[in-house]
Design a protein around this ligand. Structure first.
Ligand code: MN
Length: 329
């Protein structure tokens, strides 16, 4: 007689971050088996940013490198950021190549989309892999735009940028402080990005769009005398607060854009949409001002999670990438 009460099997494949749990239940007459997909990243083939016609074939001739990173570990709420690079790049193909503000043709800037990076699902290992990959690309002196993935990818990316440019500062667009020391059992979780920047990398940083944080983070901000740009203090029409952002940063910038920094009416496709965020034009103005007054070394766009039936989020994310190219190169 077979007696099974419950039985879990965790499966993982070597080529993707796909996890599954097999559940066996014992019943009087039969043993039933149920497959539950806990979290999976569907690794799909990617098109280059803007499509094949835009791709600068030879990497040596490129001015901009775009690094897609399939990574999503322990999301806090909604899932799907792991497949963000696929949806971002697919949407980028639909962009017109003239930027309406500058009237420049961004397709001739020399964009080269790199093969996707699929890091380990162990956060510490993943951060190390991302750091090494980013370091190799940043060593070329080209502008690196990385596409997440969850926000944890930025830890490795910023580490790499700071290795090459120790005088760099970080500008974070985000609804969340990401100042937890650990989250979901790791110091390298998406909720810990800026804590690593502050405590481990000891870099100056400015946070914009903040409207969601824990008691631990509030206490940390108070103890360190930090002055985040809370979303509720950002004037809807007057952009003069952006001068304060600029004045609080050094000359060299790493710009990390968690898409949930935008208002969910603009960017609904993200795991933790929080009302009251930046509007699209405010973000573009900030990018423009930063680009005009600082040297942006590298950037990332992360936490994009597609909503089936609408393309607004991924198309907006792709458009933000164009704004980085036309204003920050
Ligand atoms: Mn974040």
């Amino acid at each position: 007689m077979l007696h099974l009460s419950s039985f879990d099997v965790r499966l993982s494949t070597t080529h993707s971050s796909r996890f599954a749990r097999l559940e066996f239940g014992a019943f009087r007459e039969a043993v039933k088996c149920r497959l539950i997909v806990e979290s999976s990243i569907n690794i799909k083939p990617l098109i280059p940013f803007g499509g094949d016609d835009v791709q600068t074939r030879h990497i040596e001739e490129a001015r901009v490198l775009i690094l897609p990173i399939y990574y999503e570990v322990a999301p806090s709420y909604g899932e799907g950021s792991g497949e963000g690079p696929f949806h971002f790049l697919t949407a980028s193909h639909e962009l017109e190549t003239i930027d309406e503000e500058t009237l420049s043709d961004w397709s001739s800037l020399g964009l080269h989309t790199l093969p996707a990076l699929i890091p380990s699902t162990d956060p510490e290992k993943a951060i190390s892999e991302i750091r090494q990959a980013a370091k190799t690309h940043l060593d070329t002196g080209k502008f690196l735009l990385s596409i997440g993935g969850d926000h944890a990818v930025s830890i490795g990316l910023i580490m790499a940028a700071a290795q090459i440019h120790p005088d760099i500062g970080v500008l974070q667009i985000d609804a969340h402080m990401d100042l937890r020391d650990t989250w979901h059992g790791s110091r390298y979780n998406h909720g810990c990005v800026m804590r690593r920047v502050a405590d481990d990398m000891r870099l100056p940083f400015v946070q914009v769009g903040i409207r969601s944080f824990s008691p631990e983070e509030a206490a940390y901000v108070k103890s360190k005398g930090l002055k985040p740009f809370y979303a509720h203090n950002i004037h809807p029409q007057d952009d003069s607060w952006m001068d304060d952002v600029i004045n609080n940063l050094p000359e060299k910038i790493y710009l990390t854009i968690d898409v949930d920094g935008l208002d969910p009416s603009v960017m609904p496709g993200t795991g933790t949409p929080v009302p009251g965020g930046l509007d699209y034009r405010q973000l573009v103005s900030l990018i423009k001002k930063i680009g005009a007054s600082k040297k942006v070394i590298a950037s990332d766009i992360n936490e994009l999670a597609k909503i089936e039936g609408t393309q607004v989020s991924e198309f907006t994310a792709a458009k933000i990438a164009v704004k980085l190219f036309v204003h920050c190169l």
